[in-house]
Ligand binder design. Structure first.
Ligand code: FES
Length: 104
């Protein structure tokens, strides 16, 4: 099966050092712009119902706004308590200034 890419916005709207919340095929996604690279994870924390786009991005780690659990945005690895489950990561690509995500 071929990979399906979904447009989630303009790269220029995803600011360096910031996390942006988007929707792709009805799923909440968080996109992080760190040191010139874009990364994407599920937008909802694995510990509770918190939006990671409201969290605090420091380097390659996003801190959940609810209980301060932290994920590595490159791998989705849960870095500290209270997290016990990693978060899903997704592939991104840029085409003509647009960011596209693969949910497969
Ligand atoms: S909801 Fe994210 S750490 Fe608890």
């Amino acid at each position: 099966m071929s990979e399906k890419w979904i447009d989630v916005g303009a790269k220029d709207d995803m600011w360096e050092g910031a996390v942006t919340g988007v929707y792709a095929a009805g799923k909440e996604i968080a996109i992080y712009h760190v040191e010139g690279n874009l990364y994407a994870t599920s937008g909802v924390c694995t510990h509770g119902n918190a939006k990671l786009c409201d969290g605090y991005l420091e380097g390659h780690e996003i801190e959940c706004p609810l209980h301060q659990g932290r994920f590595d945005v490159r791998t989705g690895k849960a870095m500290c308590a209270p997290l016990t489950e990693d978060i899903r990561v997704f592939a991104l690509r840029c085409e003509n200034g647009r960011v596209e995500i693969s949910l497969s």
